[in-house]
Design a protein around this ligand. Structure first.
Ligand SMILES: Cc1cc2nc3c(=O)[nH]c(=O)nc-3n(C[C@H](O)[C@H](O)[C@H](O)COP(=O)(O)OP(=O)(O)OC[C@H]3O[C@@H](n4cnc5c(N)ncnc54)[C@H](O)[C@@H]3O)c2cc1C
Length: 401
């Protein structure tokens, strides 16, 4: 077993982990990010980059590089019910620099963060490295045990960050107590080809006949998700094909391309405590988000920015003098991020209860709510910006403070 050292060890190279790694390395903090997969090429993750995240990229001087990647700007989220199209959220109503959702395969976004990180001398990203336990020193977390192709290793760190998503091994190893909120539906995911004369819609939610289907334009194909009631067997594929053809008639001639649904367990939960001595959880590891509304990626990025802002000075001190990070500093991250998280999760649960569940019972959704300008603006704000958007305040040169 080999042992390496780093001031900070981040488990998980998703949006939260990579952004945090990059922000800390920028201010000369030694950071090691462990990612269990060999690459970021996974489908069916959040492919949305929100206005508030775009502002963060802009602050990092990365907005032009991001916009040079293949992406699609979506100014509004739409819903189609009974052939009628309605806007649910309109990003053009926001006073922000980037008034749209940028749809981009998440691997492109993560590759960008990893590439920029790789250019910083104190950033280390270990791929194919799966964290599975914590290193403990007395009552403190002192690092992570992980596995790669060569076997077992240990990384000792003054701060360990669990950014390993909703099935976080780190939160489990630390036994941090959480509160689960019911999520009565899972999603079944599939792809279906897109043709040049298909409707020009970035993201559209189609509702009817007891089904909810979301379609995301991925250029050559549609990425689709179909709601499935939790605890039930996936509907037969013939039923899914019929529903897809009914909800999106332009796809009727190719539903035979749907062979199986890739089922994803949906969960909403929130840690009661996000930290322990020497340890902090952020992103989905602290608060699993459902796909509803597409809030999760932005919240994860905002958590990373808040963490870097609050911890840069204590981490630099710890790096120089070997002092532990005071628990009060770790607790400050939850204090800052809890409220935006609770607001986003509450909205997800309301949409679930008053939108998705009635739609799955076959009820017709009431339209006035979706139509109103105020609601479209408020939804756009919650999805695209969120309560308490963060600005990067930890700047290179913090080392001199
Ligand atoms: C089906 C589905 C669709 C979604 N769609 C959207 C959407 O469109 N827009 C949106 O904003 N949000 C969406 N979400 C929510 C969003 O995916 C999450 O909120 C967001 O990705 C959280 O980011 P994160 O960095 O905290 O965690 P993740 O994105 O989960 O990243 C965690 C990373 O850690 C790695 N990892 C896991 N375990 C370990 C380990 N033990 N050791 C090392 N590495 C590990 C994983 O491989 C992954 O790369 C969706 C969620 C689901 C379930």
């Amino acid at each position: 077993m080999s042992c390496i050292e780093s001031t900070v060890c981040v488990a998980g190279g998703g949006p939260a982990g990579l952004m945090l790694g990059l922000l800390l390395a920028r201010v000369a903090i030694q950071v090691t990010v462990l990612e269990k997969h060999a690459d970021f090429l996974r489908d069916f993750r959040g492919d949305t980059v929100h206005p508030a995240t775009l502002e963060v990229l802009d602050q990092l001087g990365l907005a032009d590089r991001f916009h040079a990647l293949p992406h699609r700007k979506v100014p509004a989220i739409e819903m189609v019910q009974g052939g009628r199209r309605m806007e649910m959220a309109d990003f053009r109503l926001l006073r922000v620099r980037f008034p749209y959702l940028a749809f981009i395969p998440q691997w492109e976004f993560l590759n960008l963060l990893a590439e920029v990180g790789a250019g910083l001398p104190t950033f280390r990203l270990l791929m194919r490295s799966q964290a599975h336990d914590l290193v403990r020193d007395g009552g403190r977390v002192a690092g992570v045990r992980f596995r790669d192709a060569d076997g077992e290793h240990e990384i000792r760190a003054q701060l360990t960050v669990g950014a390993d998503g909703r099935n976080s091994a780190i939160r489990m190893a630390a036994a941090l107590p959480s509160r689960a909120f019911g999520a009565p539906t899972d999603v079944g995911l599939f792809k279906i080809s897109r043709r040049a004369d298909d409707p020009d819609e970035g993201l559209c939610i189609r509702v009817g006949g007891g089904s909810v289907l979301s379609l995301i334009d991925r250029g050559s194909y549609w990425q689709a998700s179909f709601e499935i009631t939790k605890g039930t067997a996936p509907s037969g594929i013939e039923h899914v094909r019929e529903q897809v053809a009914a909800l999106a008639p332009f796809l009727a001639d190719r539903v035979s391309e749907i062979h199986e649904l890739h089922r994803l367990d949906v969960r909403i939960d929130l840690l009661r405590r996000w930290h322990a001595p020497g340890l902090l959880c952020i992103g989905d590891a602290a608060h699993a988000m459902s796909p509803i509304g597409g809030f999760g990626v932005n919240l994860a990025i905002q958590d990373a920015v808040a963490t870097a802002n609050l911890l840069t000075v204590p981490l630099l001190h710890a790096q120089r003098h070997g002092t532990p990070i005071p628990p009060t500093v770790l607790a400050a991250v939850k204090r800052r991020r809890r409220q935006p998280t609770v607001a986003a999760q509450t909205l997800q649960r309301l949409i679930q209860r008053f939108g998705i569940e009635p739609a799955m019972r076959g009820d017709r959704l009431r339209q006035p709510i979706a139509g109103s300008r105020l609601v479209r603006q408020a939804m756009a704000y919650m999805v695209g910006v969120g309560l308490r958007p963060e600005r990067i305040t930890c700047l290179p040169g913090s080392a001199d403070q």
